[in-house]
Design a protein around this ligand. Structure first.
Ligand code: NAD
Length: 359
């Protein structure tokens, strides 16, 4: 891949390579677009086979954050950090402090949070070197665990889909198949159970399934069967790429709405699912509750305000659905257009000269 050319084509701003031999740091921080504000995104720690895979991941994930924050109406841009290493073996205080210095060197253009392979504890080490971190525990002025706010947002998005398909938001009696009952999936299962939905769950982790069954009375199926279970809503809450040319033909639901990132294998999957007559709620619309919660940390966290804003996911999802119908395009495309227009509108605003504040 011609990285610089690709970055220029896709509107990227910056890709920072940082190494520190003593601390064992090998990381990339990618900033996609800061038109709307500083680039907020998680630090992913993973054992990439090839350095090129890490670069691709950083680029792809940073861009996705621009879309997620823009569509959620946040004044944030998109960025992501990728830390090359084994999250079960290679972590140390020095490593995350060193990463903190790399984050600090960007002077607030990038704001870190946790992601796959990193935890709040790691963020606390980063915080010793830079204030540009969110997702911290309450005692450090943070917003704590964001998985419940994420699950709340998914529920609101699901209600918007229900309104469209069945004419009312009520999920009572609806059958929902949840793929992955980890942190977000388990919270979503609780919320759906409280709302009167009937659940089927699958997870490769048997202990996670057992706990959910006990709490919600959910039925269990194997991980390979969950996407083709006959149900009203399929909620992917595990991996990306689950909506693809192989799975779309096997879906037996009317709605797909879940927390997993990058659910569509590619752009054509969005068109295929539309042609199949299944309503797909774009992943970054449904799962924006977490980033909405984090954004409030930057101005002083208030849980009531956060949950009020997360309620807005219902409106955003409804707007995406209306636009997709109006323009006869996939919901994924409608969401992308909405996100791109907000960034473009802000760029245009900047082209108007005004006296800078305080000068
Ligand atoms: P998690 O690791 O706690 O949960 C994922 C669960 O999926 C695990 O229990 C795992 O065993 C299970 N799983 C993995 N492969 C599976 C398979 N093939 N079939 C069935 N189950 C499988 O992660 P999480 O924080 O709950 O996040 C879930 C998804 O939501 C991820 O895609 C994540 O990127 C996305 N997301 C999370 C947040 C958040 O606030 N944590 C925010 C936005 C998006």
């Amino acid at each position: 891949m011609q990285i610089l050319e690709h970055m220029q084509e896709q509107g990227y701003e910056q890709l920072l390579y940082s190494v520190d031999r003593t601390a064992g740091l090998k990381c990339l921080i990618c900033i996609h677009d800061t038109t709307l504000g500083p680039a907020l995104g998680g630090v992913r720690m993973w054992t990439y086979e090839k350095e090129e895979d890490a670069v691709q991941d950083a680029l792809r994930l940073a861009r996705a954050m621009t879309y997620k924050s823009s569509a959620a109406g946040l004044d944030l841009g998109g960025g992501k950090a990728v830390l090359i290493g084994n999250p079960w073996k290679d972590k140390s205080e020095a490593l995350f402090k060193s990463l903190g210095r790399a984050v600090a060197s960007l002077g607030g253009r990038y704001i870190a949070t946790d992601d796959v392979g990193t935890t709040m504890k790691d963020l606390e080490y980063i915080r010793t070197q830079t204030p540009f971190v969110t997702g911290l525990p309450f005692h450090l002025g943070g917003s704590g665990d964001s998985t419940m706010p994420t699950a709340h947002g998914v529920l609101r998005a699901m209600e918007a889909c229900a309104k469209e398909v069945w004419g009312k938001t009520d999920l009572k009696g609806k059958t929902v198949a949840i793929q992955g009952v980890g942190k977000v999936g388990a919270n979503l299962a609780q919320l759906l159970h409280q709302a009167g939905a009937i659940l089927t769950v699958a997870d490769i982790n048997k202990a996670a399934v057992k706990a959910i069954v006990k709490e919600t009375g959910a039925a269990i199926v194997g991980p390979d069967e969950i996407a083709s279970v006959k149900c009203d809503v399929f909620a992917p809450c595990a991996l990306g790429g689950v909506i693809n040319s192989r799975s779309i033909g096997r879906l037996q639901c009317q709605v797909v709405c879940g927390a997993a990132n990058n659910q569509l294998e590619n752009d054509s999957s969005g068109d295929e699912i539309r042609q199949r007559g299944v309503l797909y709620c774009p992943d970054y619309i449904a799962n924006a509750g977490g980033v909405i919660n984090l954004a409030l940390e930057l101005t002083g966290y208030d849980a009531d305000v956060a949950y009020q804003k997360i309620e807005g996911i219902f409106e955003t999802a409804s707007e995406v659905i209306s636009r997709s119908k109006r323009q006869r395009i996939a919901t994924a495309k409608a969401a992308d257009l909405m996100a791109e227009e907000r960034v473009a509108g802000s760029k245009k605003l900047r082209s108007w000269y005004t006296q800078p504040c305080g000068h």
